[in-house]
Design a protein around this ligand. Structure first.
Ligand code: GP9
Ligand code: MN
Length: 635
């Protein structure tokens, strides 16, 4: 090879290429990333490039080759350290590093003892690109060392870098819509925007929330507390503690909306088992109950139920505030002798569950690794609901009692697909494949719950438990309005209809209670925490919660959605229009105004608590501010 022919920017090109190739090899050898199609593979291959072009490209601004080379070596060493740190972390936690976790020092207690097991001698290969770069600088002839770099070249170079960013984001958006706004999962982020960009994104999200946290001092809580106290209804004495000591099994029913309950599709009953529960002597069926989730979807509904606070207006609070102090329902249950867990057959890192569950004091997460998942028993997102319930009940028999667990189903999730043998009713006939298939997966979900009840009885867990089941969020978005209008026999779906379609079913099934009823009080997920804790005889009068006991005589028919819409027994407010609930007619805004104001206040208080991490200042045993915390934080 004739070295004198090497072009001027060879060193920069070598730095970019070697780190790029190394990163792609590391993706494939050191992380377990499910690549499902050629597009995902392509995104994975190109995703380190945009960041590397920028990071190394800054060298073009330095005048002498010497400084340029020093800079390139420094960057390559730093990037190698970052990548290797992720590899080491992944070996232990099966997850990528996030700033929030780095600062949760308790995590590293575990890591410290096993560093020697995590790191091997051959890990030196993770620094191969640094070595190649140093050798290249040493041995390649130094051409035109001091000529300054032409502006046009620099400009063209950065135009190319920006184009790479757009290409990457564009491809990622087609593969995963709303990737950045919803921030589902670190694995998905890394898969789509690359490790290095992922860290930038994480730094941005975390610094935004720590700035808000740093500015808070707890004094904001006084006003919130007054509001909360004024809004708590008197407890229902008869119900308080009536089921003390029972196990509680929450079942989050994926994407289940209320419109399918007691309804048919082309003559087929969609939810025969759940329909029977609406008439059952041991079941309270709440027929005017709503989800209150935002972009965090499933995770928001978990958050709302645990904390009786709203999720956030943008992003998923599970991600953005996973390290906050919370006074969760699980924490209260632990204090009252319960063993708390979540059962869900997905990666632990999805929705940042592995991290926030520690903050929520959930004692055990039965994630995908607790289940036997095979090609035969899975579809769509993973383990089918019937084997999920069967395997979960087996694990429940081993749990220390009383226990409280939250089971999260998966099969009735977009794109609503089933394998042939699980199809029990035909598809619907609209222009929306999504809605057409939805009825079939809902039918399957219904069947799985029936089997779940039978399994609980067989395992001897049924009589001593309370089973609380609710839809987590809508399954059919407004993109399918035309098909929905056809199904509901309406001309069109208006903002009024859309709001009412956010109703999800809630069943509180209490074996032996003999008091089953259909309850049409207007309520929402935020009310579950106080309602259930009160049934178990656990006091919540000092808790910073925005929900209200649904069994209270004073419970107000008023439910607020995350985007400011609301529903009462008389009114619906949506699309900035006030509707008479009974007729669906538009009415004067004055009728809605007091509720509009209250909705904004409640959402604002909830945001303040979360953004300021205010519960770290609050002592829920006494209902007072922790004075010492305020002082410490200020020092
Ligand atoms: C993932 C599952 C689905 O674990 O809970 O989340 P979703 O997409 O419905 O928010
Ligand atoms: Mn969901």
């Amino acid at each position: 090879m004739n070295f004198s022919k090497w072009p001027k920017h060879s060193i920069l090109a070598i730095a970019i290429l070697t780190t790029w190739i190394k990163t792609v090899i590391v993706y494939h050898t050191s992380f377990e990333m499910d690549i499902e199609n050629a597009m995902q593979e392509l995104i994975l291959i190109i995703n380190p490039l945009s960041f590397l072009l920028f990071a190394y490209g800054i060298s073009l601004f330095f005048k002498t080759a010497k400084v340029r080379h020093r800079y390139l070596i420094t960057v390559s060493v730093l990037l190698a350290i970052v990548l290797f740190a992720n590899v080491a972390f992944y070996r232990f936690y099966n997850d990528f590093i996030t700033l929030a976790v780095l600062f949760q020092t308790s995590n590293f207690g575990d890591l410290g003892t096993s560093v020697t097991e995590i790191i091997n001698w051959y890990d030196i290969f993770y620094f191969t690109d640094v070595v190649v770069l140093i050798l290249a600088i040493k041995f390649l002839p130094k051409l035109q060392e001091t000529t300054p770099i032409r502006k046009e070249i620099r400009r063209a170079y950065f135009v190319l870098a920006v184009a790479m960013v757009f290409l990457n984001l564009g491809l990622a958006e087609t593969e995963r819509p709303q990737l950045l706004t919803r921030a589902f999962d670190r694995e998905l982020l890394v898969k789509n925007i690359g490790t290095y960009n992922y860290h930038l994104y994480d730094i941005y999200v975390q610094s935004k929330s720590s700035a808000q946290r740093a500015l808070a001092d707890g004094s904001e809580l006084v006003e919130v507390d007054n509001y909360v106290q004024a809004n708590q209804s008197a407890i229902n004495e008869e119900m308080f503690g009536k089921y003390k000591g029972r196990n509680v099994i929450f079942v989050q029913l994926e994407s289940l909306q209320n419109f399918v309950i007691n309804n048919t599709m082309n003559g087929e009953v969609v939810t025969p088992f759940l329909n029977s529960l609406t008439q059952d002597k041991d079941t309270y069926y709440f027929s005017d109950f709503y989800h209150q989730t935002g972009l965090g979807k499933t995770s928001d509904s978990e958050f709302i139920v645990e904390n009786s606070l709203f999720g956030l207006g943008s992003g998923a609070v599970f991600f953005t505030h996973g390290g906050n102090t919370y006074n969760s329902m699980s924490e209260k249950l632990n204090e009252n002798g319960y063993f708390t867990s979540v059962m869900h057959s997905n990666n632990a890192s999805f929705w940042n569950r592995d991290v926030i569950y520690q903050s929520l004091d959930i004692q055990k997460f039965y994630d995908v690794d607790s289940y036997d998942v095979t090609d035969e028993n899975s579809v769509n997102w993973g383990l089918k609901d019937i084997p999920f319930f069967e395997q979960s009940v087996d694990m429940m028999t081993e749990m220390e009692q009383p226990f409280a667990t939250r089971m999260i189903t998966l099969t009735n999730h977009y794109p609503f697909t089933l394998t042939e043998e699980d199809i029990m009713i035909p598809e619907y006939n609209s222009n929306s494949g999504t809605l057409n298939r939805y009825f079939q997966t809902v039918r399957y979900l219904d069947e799985s719950i029936k089997i779940f009840f039978e399994e609980l009885k067989e395992a001897g867990l049924y009589d001593n438990s309370i089973i609380v089941m609710y839809g987590d969020h809508y399954g059919i978005s407004e993109n399918h309005n035309k098909a929905m209008a056809q199904y509901l026999g309406k001309e069109e779906i208006t903002a009024y209809d859309s709001a009412l379609l956010q109703s999800v079913p809630l069943f509180i099934h209490i074996p032996g209670s003999n008091d089953g009823q259909v309850i049409d009080k207007t309520s929402g997920q935020i009310d579950i925490r106080p309602t259930i804790l009160h049934l178990l005889g656990i006091d919540t009068s000092n808790d910073m919660q925005l929900g209200d006991d649904m069994f209270s005589e004073e419970h107000e028919d008023f439910v607020i959605f995350r985007d400011g819409r609301f529903v009462t027994d008389q009114l619906v407010y949506a699309g900035e229009v006030c509707y008479d609930r009974g007729t669906g007619e538009e009415i004067e805004i004055d009728a809605c105004q007091p509720y509009i104001d209250r909705a904004l206040i409640e959402l604002e208080y909830s945001d303040q608590i979360i953004n300021g991490d205010l519960l770290r200042f609050y002592d829920e045993d006494t209902g007072n501010l922790k004075q010492n915390v305020i002082k410490e934080e200020k020092e």
